[in-house]
Design a protein around this ligand. Structure first.
Ligand code: SF4
Ligand code: SF4
Length: 400
């Protein structure tokens, strides 16, 4: 094997030592490497020094308002699914200084801010989150107004994706057309193919020129190319999961995966703005904002200017906002969405209907985070199904 053999669309076997060499090559190339790790009772994305810190032997159980980790000797490195974090936490950070100003002799000048940090490499990104990335790219970089911080971080982002081979009860990526197979945006794409009782092994697809360059720089001893049969078998892993999800087969210890019927969903929701279901869900919704904070596609933010005591230095800070807060829709001294029902309706109809007009795609990837992390287990798939089951057909011209 020579470096020339490591090119885009080539496939290789990796073990943990090989993954370690890739992390080391990324670090040498100046990347901050982040990956899933067990912390505070969840699988979260954190700085990763070595793949030995990945959650080998951990499984997550997820359902409405429910998240638990348990150890399972048969579980691989990536058999957990998505946790509360996503790429959004890094590309569009929860709080960011976007401008600084200084007053000198009565005149204000703007100083450059660069909070983009070193280039980021993320290990273990799932298909649903790659779709969320594509959606956020459109929001932050499509059209005339490009967000400079997001664009700078996005341009240098290196992605090691993972094909899922297990789903939890809150997953419905298959019904949104977003997973579970990795189909775009990755630099390297892993499929875990460990033999029973064996050391973790991965089939690694080189999915970009940058991926090829990093794999070559990793200089892995005895790197072995996959045979055509092995590539086919690896491709079959997420395909098999997709079949099980479409058949709504439950994984061991899980309820059946959810599904969302997207047929005609834009018109269904806009035609049912006065449906009684909005008031029913509002009796449970706490307006806590969790669903929007964990959603990998939600992008609302507020901007505040913060001065120091002298008044000569001002920082303009952007932080995540949520359409579940009263302040989000405050105009002329009052909120235009002063009921929980109107705020829940705004969130769901924007996500699944308004987004189609605005960005030509759904705003939902079926990752299921909003269901898992809702403290009362409100379920976006259940709410849509309830409206679909008894449509009222009214109010189509009035947007929430
Ligand atoms: S709306 Fe819910 S399921 Fe859809 S992308 Fe956001 S968090 Fe995931
Ligand atoms: S739907 Fe759930 S997570 Fe979202 S604001 Fe209401 S209670 Fe909080």
């Amino acid at each position: 094997m020579s470096d020339a053999d490591i090119r885009s669309e080539s496939w290789w076997w990796l073990d943990i030592a090989g993954l370690d060499a890739i992390v080391a090559a990324l670090t040498r190339a100046g990347h901050r490497v982040v990956g899933p790790q067990v912390a505070d009772g969840a699988v979260v994305l954190r700085d990763l020094a070595t793949p030995r810190d990945l959650p080998l032997g951990w499984l997550d159980e997820q359902d409405g308002g429910h998240y638990r980790l348990r150890q399972d000797a048969a579980a691989g490195v990536f058999d957990h699914v998505v946790g509360p974090h996503s790429l959004k936490n890094f590309l569009f950070p929860p709080r960011e200084t976007i401008a600084r100003f200084t007053r000198t002799d009565g005149s204000w000048t703007q100083q450059p801010t660069d909070e983009t940090g070193p280039p980021l490499a993320v290990i273990g990104v799932r298909a649903c989150d790659l779709e969320a990335l594509r959606i956020q790219d459109r929001v932050f970089m499509g059209g005339d107004y490009v967000d400079p911080g997001y664009a700078a971080r996005r341009e240098r982002l290196f992605l090691v994706a993972v094909n899922c081979r297990r789903a939890v009860a809150t997953c419905f990526c298959h019904s949104m057309g977003c997973g579970p197979a990795v189909t775009h945006s990755a630099d390297l794409a892993l499929t875990e193919c460990t033999a029973a009782g064996g050391e973790p092994m991965f089939v690694c697809e080189v999915a970009s020129q940058r991926g090829a360059a990093i794999l070559a720089a990793a200089a892995i001893d005895g790197l072995v190319a996959c045979s055509a049969e092995e590539i086919e078998a690896a491709r079959g892993v997420p395909q098999d999961l997709a079949r099980r999800m479409h058949e709504r087969q439950a994984e061991p210890g899980q309820s059946r995966p959810r599904s969302l019927d997207t047929h005609g969903i834009r018109d269904l929701l806009f035609d049912n703005l006065e449906h009684p279901r909005w008031e029913q869900v509002a009796t449970r919704c706490l307006s806590c904002t969790n669903c929007t904070l964990v959603c990998p596609t939600c992008f609302c933010a507020s901007v505040t200017e913060v001065a120091d005591l002298s008044g000569d230095h001002v920082a303009r800070e952007r932080q995540w906002q949520s359409c579940f807060t009263l302040d989000h829709a405050r105009m002329h001294g009052q909120s235009v969405r002063n009921s929980t029902a109107s705020r829940y309706r705004q969130w769901l109809t924007h996500k699944l209907a308004g987004w189609i007009d605005q960005f030509d795609s759904s705003g939902c990837t079926g990752c299921g985070r909003c269901i898992t992390w809702c403290p009362v287990g409100i379920d976006i798939t259940e709410e849509v199904a309830a409206i679909r089951a008894s449509p009222k057909d009214g109010g189509g011209e009035q947007r929430p």
